[in-house]
Design a protein around this ligand. Sequence first.
Ligand SMILES: NC(=O)C1=CN([C@@H]2O[C@H](COP(=O)(O)OP(=O)(O)OC[C@H]3O[C@@H](n4cnc5c(N)ncnc54)[C@H](OP(=O)(O)O)[C@@H]3O)[C@@H](O)[C@H]2O)C=CC1
Ligand SMILES: O=C1O[C@H](COP(=O)(O)O)[C@@H](O)[C@H](O)[C@H]1O
Length: 508
Amino acid sequence: MAENRENIRLSAEEISGGDQESSPFGFDFVIVGATGDLTMRKLLPAFYERFRGDQIDGTTKIIGTARSPLSSEEYRTKAAEALKAFVAAETYDASKAEAFLRLLHYVPLDMTEQNADWSALSSLLKTEKGRPRVFYLATAPKLYVPTADAIAHNSLITDTTRIVLEKPIGTDLASATAINDGVGQHFRENQIFRIDHYLGKQTVQNILALRFANPIIERIWNADSIAHVQITASETVGVGQRGSYYDTAGALRDMVQNHLLQVLSFVAMEPPTAIAPTVLRDEKLKILRALRPMTDDMIRTDTVRAQYAAGEVDGTTVGSYLDDLEDGESTTETYLAIRAEIRTARWAGVPFYIRTGKRLAQKETTVIVQFRPQPWAIFPDKPEPGRLVIRIQPNEGISLSLSSKDPSTEQFCLREASLDVSYEKAFNTRYPDSYEDLLMAAVRGDQVSFIRRDEVEASWHWVEPILNGWAANIRPLETYPAGSRGPKSADDLLARNDFVWKELTDAC
Ligand SMILES: NC(=O)C1=CN([C@@H]2O[C@H](COP(=O)(O)OP(=O)(O)OC[C@H]3O[C@@H](n4cnc5c(N)ncnc54)[C@H](OP(=O)(O)O)[C@@H]3O)[C@@H](O)[C@H]2O)C=CC1
Ligand SMILES: O=C1O[C@H](COP(=O)(O)O)[C@@H](O)[C@H](O)[C@H]1O
C-alpha cells in the first residue's frame, strides 16, 4: 500500500538549481484548468509572489491548459488582469508582473481526449535530467484519472515529475480510492501531492512548533490538563458562484474531511521523531484512525447540521442558501457541529468539538484548548480554568488566558487576563498565502505538507457514516439565520458537558 511506495524524497542534487530555498531555480509547471477560478485567484498570484521573491528563475515555464481556445498572448492578458485583481496592492509591481507574465504559455487541450495532439505541450517541456516538472490538476476531480492517463499516454512522466491533486479527492471512500488507484497506475506515491491549503497556512504549521518546540506546552497537552478542544472555521461568505459544486459537497465534505481533520491531527498527534514527510504523516494517520467511529446514536446526539436562511451579514441583507442556488431545492448542510472522540491514552475522555459554517457572524478559524479547572478552591471567586487560543486566521497569533488578581480590588477578586502574541507584530513580516509555500514545495518534491493516500482514505472512513446517517435523516437538517452564530442545538451539544463555544470576541 501507500507506505511501501512512500517517500524517497528527492535530494537537492536531483533537482537543478541547488539551494532552492534561497536561490532562484527553473522548472516546468503545467496547470490543468488554467482558466479557472483557483488558477486566477490563487495559483498565478502565488507564483508571482515567489518570482518577486527571487525563487523562480527566467528559464521557468508555467504552462496553462484547458479547453478554451486561447493563444499564449491571450492567456497572458487574462493572467495580467488576475494579477491586478488578486495580488495585494502593497506587493504588486507592474514591471515584475510583466516579467512574470513572460514565463506563461498556454496550450488548449481537453483532458477527456487522450488521443488529441499533445505535441505543442510536450515540446514546451524541457528534457534536461533532474529538472522539476509538475502537473497541477486544478479541475473537477472526475478529470484526475483521465488526466493522469493522458499524461502517461503521452510519455510525459520523468523521474522528477510530480502531480498535484486539488481537493476534494472523491466524494466518499470508494471514489477517493478509485482516484488514488487510477492516478497511482502512473505515478508513485512519492510523486503524488494531494494539496490541502490549510497545511500551507503558517499558523497551522505553527501548531507543531507550539507543541513540540515548547516543552512547557507539550507537558500539559493531555487529558490530565485539557477538558476539551474546539476547532472552529466560520465564514461570513455564502456559496457565491460555487453553488453547483458546493451543493454536491456540503460543509462535511468541503471543510471537515480535509482541512479540519488535518488541523485536528496536528493538535492531537503524538510527537513525531522529525518534521519529515513519512513520520509526520504516520502520526497524523494514527489520529485519524483513532477517531471513534460514529454510530447512528452518536450521529443523532453528537452532530448538528443546518443550512442558512436569509439574514444580515455585516449590515447587509443576504438571501438564503436556497436563494443562492440555481435550482432552489436542497438539503445540503452549510453548517455543522460534531463532537468527536479520539481513542488514545493521551485524549481519553477529552471531546474534540468541530464546527464550521458559511454566512456566520464572523470570519474566524481558531483552535481553543480549554484547560481543566483547579481541583480545589482557595479564592473567594472560582477561578476561570484558562485556555489557549490559537488564531489560525485572522489576526494570526496565540493567547493564553489566565486568572489574575484584579488590581482594582483590595480583596482577591479574580479576573481573566491574556498573554497575547500577534505574529504580525512579533515577526514584522508579510503573511504569505498558503499556496505560495505549497506550490514551491511541490516543485522541490517536499511532501511534508501534503496528504498521503492512507490519510485521505482514513478521513473518508470516519466521515462516511455521518454522511450516510444524515442522508437517512437520522439527524434532521435545521436552519439558522445568515449572520448568526449558527443553530442553538450546537450550543446544546457543548452544554451537555457544561461547556460553551468560545468566540474570538469573548475568548481572548
Ligand atoms: N476555487 C477555489 O477556491 C477552490 C477550488 N478547489 C478545487 O480546485 C479545482 C478547480 O476549481 P475551480 O478553479 O474553482 O474550478 P473552475 O470551474 O473555475 O475551473 C475548472 C477549470 O477546468 C477546465 N476544464 C474543464 N473541463 C476540462 C477538460 N475536459 N479538459 C481540460 N480542462 C477542463 C476549465 O476550463 P475550460 O472550460 O476552458 O476547459 C477551467 O479552467 C476543483 O477540484 C475545486 O474543488 C479547491 C479549493 C478552493
Ligand atoms: O477549501 C475551501 O476553503 C475555503 C475556506 O478557506 P480559508 O482559507 O478562507 O479558511 C472555503 O470557503 C471553501 O468553501 C472550501 O472549498
